[in-house]
Design a binder for this molecule. Structure first.
Ligand code: NAP
Length: 311
C-alpha cells in the first residue's frame, strides 16, 4: 500500500491561522504589528523566491515584514551594519539573513553574521545562545525547519516518544537541531553523515527517518524499514533529463511537470520509497511550507517576549 502523504501545506495553513489571534492581540497592545526584518545579499534566484514567499506569508498573517537588500558586491562590514541597525530597531522583533551569502564575503561570513544577530531577535535559531538553550531543552527560538517537522509529526498523529529516529545530515540549520528536538521528545536518536559506514543498515532501523542531505533521490527503498515515517527535507533543483527520466516514467505527473518547466525540485528520498514507507512528506508541499509558518511563529514569540521584557 502506498505511504500516507503528510500534507505540509495544510498543516502550515493551520499554524498560520492559529497565529492570527496572537498577532492581533500583540498589534492592539503594542500599537504595532510584530515585525520581521529580512536581509538579502545579492540576487540568487532561489533566495529571491524564498524571501518573496516569506514577505507574502508574513503580510497575509498580519505581521510587518521589511526587506533590506544589499548588492552581491557588498562588504561583510556593510552587512553587519544592517544587522546592527535591525538589532536596535524597535519595529523589528525578528531578523533573518537569507543564506547562502555570496562566496566573496568569505568562508566565515555566515557564522559572523548569525552571531551578530541579537539572540532575542534570532528567529532562525542559529545564535549560539539559542542553540545552547536548545541543547538544554529550554529554547524559545528554534530553527524553523526542524520545528516545522515536529509540528507535522504531532499533527499527523505520529508518536515520537520511544521511536527510533534517524537523522541523515548534521548541519547547524537542519540536522543537529532536528536531532535535538527529537531527543527532547524522547525519541532514541541517531545522526548520520557522509562518513557513516553502511548507511542503509542504520537508516533501516528508523521508525522516523529524516533525510536532510541535499542529494536528490539518494535514499532508496532499501534504506527504509517498511511502514516507517519518512520526512524528506531535501530540496534540490534538477534540470538533467536523464536523472528525471530515471526517476519518473513517461506519463507520471512529475515527468509532465518537468516537460513543461525544464526542471524539477527534488527531495532526498527516491520516489520508490512511497511503496515502502508508512507515511511520507512530498516534495514540494511537505516540509517547505512549514519552514515559513514556523518563521512567523518565531517572530510572534520574539515580539511577545520583547514586549514582556519591556513591560
Ligand atoms: P548541508 O549543510 O549541505 O548538510 C548536508 C548534510 O548531509 C551534511 O551533514 C553531510 O554530511 C550530509 N551528507 C551529504 N552526503 C551524504 C551522504 N552521502 N551520506 C550521508 N550523509 C551525507 O545541507 P542543509 O543546509 O542541512 O540542507 C539539506 C537539504 O535540505 C538541502 O537540500 C536543502 O536545500 C534542504 N533544506 C530545505 C529546507 C526546507 O524548508 N524545505 C530548509 C533547509 C534546508 P557531512 O557533515 O559529513 O558533510
Amino acid at each position: 500500500m502506498p505511504a500516507r502523504l503528510l500534507d505540509g501545506t495544510a498543516v502550515a495553513h493551520s499554524i498560520r491561522e492559529e497565529l492570527r489571534p496572537g498577532v492581533e492581540r500583540f498589534t492592539t497592545q503594542a500599537g504595532r504589528p510584530p515585525g520581521l526584518g529580512l536581509v538579502l545579499v545579492g540576487n540568487n534566484p532561489a533566495s529571491e523566491l524564498y524571501v518573496t514567499n516569506k514577505l507574502k506569508s508574513a503580510g497575509e498573517t498580519g505581521l510587518r515584514a521589511d526587506i533590506e537588500r544589499l548588492p552581491a558586491t557588498a562588504s561583510l562590514a556593510a552587512l553587519l551594519d544592517v544587522v546592527g541597525r535591525l538589532n536596535r530597531s524597535d519595529a523589528h522583533d525578528g531578523i533573518l539573513v537569507q543564506s547562502p551569502l555570496p562566496d566573496a564575503m568569505g568562508a566565515e561570513a555566515e557564522r559572523m553574521v548569525f552571531d551578530a544577530v541579537s539572540p532575542d531577535k534570532d528567529v532562525d535559531g542559529l545564535h549560539p545562545v539559542n542553540v545552547g538553550r536548545l541543547v538544554q531543552g529550554r529554547a524559545h527560538l528554534v530553527a524553523c525547519t526542524p520545528s516545522g517537522v515536529i509540528e507535522l509529526l504531532d499533527r499527523s498523529g505520529i508518536t515520537i516518544a520511544g521511536a527510533r529516529a534517524v537523522v541523515v545530515g548534521r548541519s547547524d540549520i537542519v540536522g543537529k537541531p532536528m536531532a535535538l528536538l527529537l531527543l527532547q521528545r524522547h525519541a532514541t536518536v541517531t545522526i548520520c553523515h557522509s562518513k557513516t559506514r553502511d548507511l542503509p543498515s542504520v537508516t533501516r532501523e528508523a521508525d522516523i527517518l529524516v533525510a536532510a542531505l541535499g542529494r536528490p533521490a539518494f535514499l532508496k527503498p532499501e534504506f527504509v524499514k517498511p511502514g516507517a515515517t519518512v520526512i524528506d527535507v531535501g530540496t534540490t533543483k534538477v534540470s538533467d533529463r536523464a536523472t528525471i527520466e530515471s526517476l519518473f516514467p513517461a506519463g507520471h505527473k512529475r515527468r509532465d511537470a518537468y516537460e513543461r518547466r525544464g526542471s524539477l525540485v527534488l527531495g532526498d528520498v527516491h520516489p520508490g520509497v512511497e511503496q515502502i514507507a508508512g507515511a511520507l512528506t512530498p516534495v514540494p508541499g511537505g516540509v517547505g511550507p512549514l519552514t515559513i509558518a514556523l518563521l512567523l511563529k518565531n517572530t510572534l514569540t520574539a515580539a511577545q517576549q520583547r514586549a514582556g521584557r519591556a513591560g
